[in-house]
Write a protein that binds this ligand. Structure first.
Ligand SMILES: Cc1cc2nc3c(=O)[nH]c(=O)nc-3n(C[C@H](O)[C@H](O)[C@H](O)COP(=O)(O)OP(=O)(O)OC[C@H]3O[C@@H](n4cnc5c(N)ncnc54)[C@H](O)[C@@H]3O)c2cc1C
Length: 297
């Protein structure tokens, strides 16, 4: 099939881009890497009247560390973020999650922000953004606002971005140095496919080796990426041994509400949530210990 007819504009500046979005509102769609949008248009699941192609807007591909956060611009490709020294050093969970997305050929074109704006409940990067307490910077003709990841994702393929807003960049707070470790693990039917379940975790240990703070986010097991806050609270203050991690993983799985499909039943997805949360926490704790030992060496 071919896409329905549409008008095409290719602004050169952010101001021009948001002006087009302001004029056309819900009739318009931003085109970034096109890896998801073009497929939807070709099957006519999306029939925008106007395409606002932001690929010619200069400076939007920047990745930089600013004011304690890694800022990833709207045109930064997924592959660039995954390989960025800044992302690997300051938000290693995000780089690790990025390595699980599709295949390198898709990641070389697909943008990080496009994946966040698309909000596929199975996608890795939205879950990583949630686990890292990241934020989305949104711009429209009305001005700029910053939305926490947890308020950004509202449902399957749905966000709190207004139709006239451009997602300009992400802000990801630097992961603390010292006793902090993170891990992203997933299970998919075939390498490069969306996961049946993915889990991102960040664990900080105190001087005695107990958990000072933990964050757990899951994808593929709910109508949107979710934080397992009850599980996080249960882990805080504990010595992270096998029994504790199993109990916490069970709590994380209890927070999910998976839907069964041709890839996996709901029960299997929930089972994966338990197994993968325990595995991710185990790895994050080991990395936190290793980082601490590296620092002391
Ligand atoms: C073969 C294949 C395998 C894939 N496997 C995976 C996978 O395993 N995991 C995974 O997470 N993804 C996967 N994807 C999706 C891929 O990661 C997409 O690149 C990503 O979801 C969308 O990024 P994009 O830049 O291509 O966005 P586009 O396709 O250009 O846009 C996607 C949506 O986001 C909106 N949008 C994009 N940028 C902005 C912005 N700055 N502001 C406002 N709205 C915006 C668009 O209007 C559109 O609605 C796969 C894609 C393909 C083709």
């Amino acid at each position: 099939m071919k896409p329905a007819p549409f008008d095409y504009v290719a602004p050169r500046t952010v101001a021009e881009a948001v002006d087009h979005l302001g004029r056309h509102g819900a009739e318009a769609r931003v085109l970034a890497g096109g890896q998801s949008l073009v497929r939807l248009m070709n099957t006519r699941l999306a029939t925008p009247a106007v395409i606002v192609d932001i690929n010619r807007v200069e400076g939007l591909d920047a990745i930089a560390v600013e004011n304690g956060s890694v800022r990833i611009g709207a045109l930064a490709r997924q592959r660039a973020a995954e390989l960025s020294d800044d992302v690997r050093a300051e938000a290693p969970l995000f780089a690790e999650a990025g390595g699980h997305v599709a295949h390198p050929s898709v990641r070389r074109r697909g943008t990080v922000v496009g994946s966040i704006a698309f909000a596929d409940p199975s996608a890795e990067l939205p879950a990583a953004l949630l686990a890292l307490d990241g934020q989305v910077v949104a711009r429209s003709t009305r001005g700029e606002r910053v939305v926490d990841a947890d308020s950004f994702f509202t449902g399957p393929f749905t966000t709190s971005l207004a139709p006239d807003e451009l997602a300009l960049a992400l802000r990801i707070p630097k992961t603390a140095n010292g006793r902090t470790g993170s891990a992203f693990v997933e299970e998919s039917r075939r390498h490069g496919e969306l996961p049946m379940c993915g889990v991102g975790t960040v664990v900080t240990l105190d001087e005695d080796g107990d958990v000072a703070a933990a964050r757990i986010a899951l994808c593929g097991v709910h109508r949107r990426p979710i934080r397992a806050r009850e599980a996080e609270a249960a882990l805080a203050g504990t010595r992270p041994n096998d029994k504790v991690l199993r109990e916490v993983a069970a709590l994380a799985a209890a927070a999910t509400d998976p839907i069964g499909d041709t890839h996996a039943s709901a029960a299997f997805r929930r089972h994966l949530a338990t197994v993968l949360t325990r595995r991710a926490l185990d790895t994050a704790v080991s990395r936190a210990v290793a980082r601490e030992e590296e620092k002391d060496a």
